[in-house]
Design a protein around this ligand. Structure first.
Ligand code: PMP
Length: 333
């Protein structure tokens, strides 16, 4: 299968770097528990992320684990976790698992933030925790930064800007960390070529992170992920160059998709593209029969009726997808 369903980086690492990692792994002391403070890795992260001074990071087994940790930290009967809809489904799922009340504020028709609806909902629901995916998944757009700032200012609790797709986006809230004491920024290395390592982090002030650390299980990031990620971050330029390739492929793919009759695309600042087509489920099935796996969003949320999401792959994978799509559309016509 051509696998374009999970926003993975399609490229392998250069052979020399893979050999370097193999040697580091061979020397890894897996008979020992990992360093619970993960000092070396945290230093590398702070450096490549250019954290404002005084800010620190907390590490998670993927950012999914950090969402869970944040929810656990603020959960109590009646406490509200708020996000927008449609967005990343784990916010709602985790709120439900920890017994919080979930409130999803609808986005506008074009998937932009509805600032007045958000401010209204913040006033009435008093959320303990707000997640805003920046860029948003599955819509791919970056919300208006002014609106995000207004939300941070109005929120009575924590606001987490989830920058899972930072490597493909044109803006970030990392530089804002020092300006708002209720702001935290979450990132993951999953989309940057390390999905299999399971490593995410939360950046913010030590005042917040030291409280959250109390809930983190001490060995949540193993010896090997710590070691490999620290090595890879020393070659951050290689990963960023791959991300740049993906951005260029995204532009090409979007242009080509826009020539396909019957397909409506949405612009993207992430490594995937949202599309709307008639008979989405039949198209999804047709692609699968032709060996291309993407994500069918039809039926998941009313605003995503007839929507499909395709991850940007290698040039060859994208060409295979585009030709399978055209083929399927022709067959269904
Ligand atoms: N946040 C967003 C917006 C995502 O799309 C994803 C992955 N689909 C995650 C967080 C979680 O990523 P991971 O657990 O791999 O770090």
């Amino acid at each position: 299968m051509v696998k374009l369903d999970a926003m993975e980086n399609p490229y392998l690492l250069p052979q020399q770097l893979r050999d370097e990692i193999a040697r580091a792994v061979a020397d890894g002391e897996i008979n020992r528990y990992p360093d619970p403070a993960a000092q070396q890795l945290k230093r590398s992260i702070a450096e490549v992320t250019r954290l404002p001074s005084g800010m620190e990071v907390l590490l998670g087994n993927g950012s999914d684990e950090i969402i869970q940790l944040l929810a656990l930290a603020v959960a109590k009967p009646g406490a509200v976790l708020m996000s927008v809809e449609p967005s990343f489904v784990m916010y709602k799922m985790i709120a439900t698992f920890v017994g919080m009340k979930y409130v999803g504020v609808p986005l506008d028709k074009d998937f932009s933030l509805d600032l007045s609806a958000m401010l209204e909902a913040i006033k009435s629901e008093r959320p303990a925790l707000i997640f805003l995916a920046y860029p948003n998944n599955p819509t791919g757009n970056l919300f208006d930064a002014y609106s995000v700032r207004k939300i941070i200012e109005a929120a009575p609790g924590l606001v987490v800007v989830d920058e899972a797709y930072y490597a493909f986006a044109s803006d970030s809230f990392i530089p804002q960390l020092g300006h708002y004491d209720n702001l935290l920024v979450m990132r993951t290395f999953s989309k940057l070529g390390m999905a299999g390592l399971r490593l995410g982090f939360l950046a913010g002030s030590p005042a917040w992170l030291s409280q959250l650390e109390k809930l983190r299980l001490p060995y949540n990031v193993g010896v090997l992920p710590q070691l490999v990620a620290a090595k890879l971050l020393r070659h951050h330029d290689v990963l960023l160059a791959q991300a740049e390739n993906i951005r260029q492929e995204r532009a090409r793919m979007l242009a080509e998709l826009n020539t396909v009759v019957g397909v409506r695309t949405y612009s993207s600042e992430a490594n995937f593209i949202l599309l709307r087509v008639a008979k989405a489920t039949q198209i999804f099935d047709g692609l699968k029969q032709r060996g291309v796996l993407i994500k069918n969003l039809d039926g998941g949320h009313p605003a995503l009726a007839d929507c499909l999401r395709v991850t940007v792959g290698t040039r060859q994978e994208n060409a295979q997808f585009l030709s399978a799509l055209q083929d399927t559309i022709n067959q269904l016509a």
